[in-house]
Design a protein around this ligand. Sequence first.
Ligand code: ATP
Ligand code: MG
Length: 361
Amino acid sequence: MHLKELRLRDFRNYTALDAVFQPGFHLFLGDNGQGKSNLLEAIYLLSTLKSFRGVPNSLLVRAGQKGYFVGGVLVGERENHVKTYWSARERNLVLNGRRIARTEDIYGTIRAVVFCAEDMLLIKGGPQYRRRYMDFLLAQTDSSYLTILQRYGLALRSRNAALKTGKVSVGVLEGFSRELVSSGSEIIRRRSELVQKIRPTVCQTYAKIANQKSEEVQCYYRPNVEGDFSVELAQSRQRELAQRYTVVGPHRDDLDFLMNGVPVLRQGSEGQKRTWALALKMAQAEYLTQVHGVQPVLLIDDVMGELDQHRRQAFLPLLNRVASGRGQMFMTCTSKNWYQEMDFKMTEWSIQRGQLFPLET
Ligand SMILES: Nc1ncnc2c1ncn2[C@@H]1O[C@H](COP(=O)(O)OP(=O)(O)OP(=O)(O)O)[C@@H](O)[C@H]1O
Ligand SMILES: [Mg+2]
């Protein structure tokens, strides 16, 4: 799977960009603030219609302009042309010449995995980041999952709104509970299966990058509801009436990361946390490759510099393996020093003030 063409108009600090990319390894070199991350953000936007930096669309529009355009030609099982225009007044999403309304319809035309500074939130942030990791990976591998997630979200919001009034009838509550339990149980089942499947890859990748026999790692799914959801929901009735929201359910799930039996958050060093975050993202890429038979596009923003040379040298071959064949990888870098450790073929680009130039190598 690869991105063959990218067009930007008024996106972040890019006035206009028209670029053609081959499969393989691309390196974006440039000083701070030149537009390296912005370019990865645009590529990621094509796969999810969201910024990986979690910012609203309005911030993606070049300052002083009305709207942005991002278009791409993506080569997967077939060639897909995606165009998206966004302004405060108008949103337009076109796939292969036809306007589409549901964003899910472009899921799968390109699958991307991003490695960025924000990944540390997977380890250091609240449980919502770990739920989002599971949910996103499930959505990337099964489009029906999004529907279940939306059903659950809707039931939860309605139920919480009813509880908030403080005078909800048992009948009304039971109605919302049925939907909550049916979609919620399905979410729990799928998350549990997912973690079982990706656990070996996460742990093996961690071990490969860290190359420290002394770091014995494990990851577990920690569902908020361990038994029967409907039973636990009924048992929580007094508490939820007192607190006026739904206190049990998969909206409170989490993942646990352990090193030598101790949560990494408690004892891990910065480098070890970084390694965990990388291992989770690598596992995402590997799992997508297993399920779909094609490698996702890898977007690697500024993560290498934070690893020690040892870990970097262990991580790069893993990346290279994923990006080999027909795969594709885009990596940003500010200085030329560490990447000379890499001895594989890559295309180098320079980014200066929102412009992309091929570098002769
Ligand atoms: N909506 C926008 N309109 C115009 N310029 C923008 C917009 N959003 C961001 N920028 C500019 O883009 C630049 C930042 O780009 P980006 O985050 O891609 O930098 P970078 O090359 O990744 O730098 P670093 O090495 O520091 O990570 C800044 O100069 C910022 O002012
Ligand atoms: Mg950046």
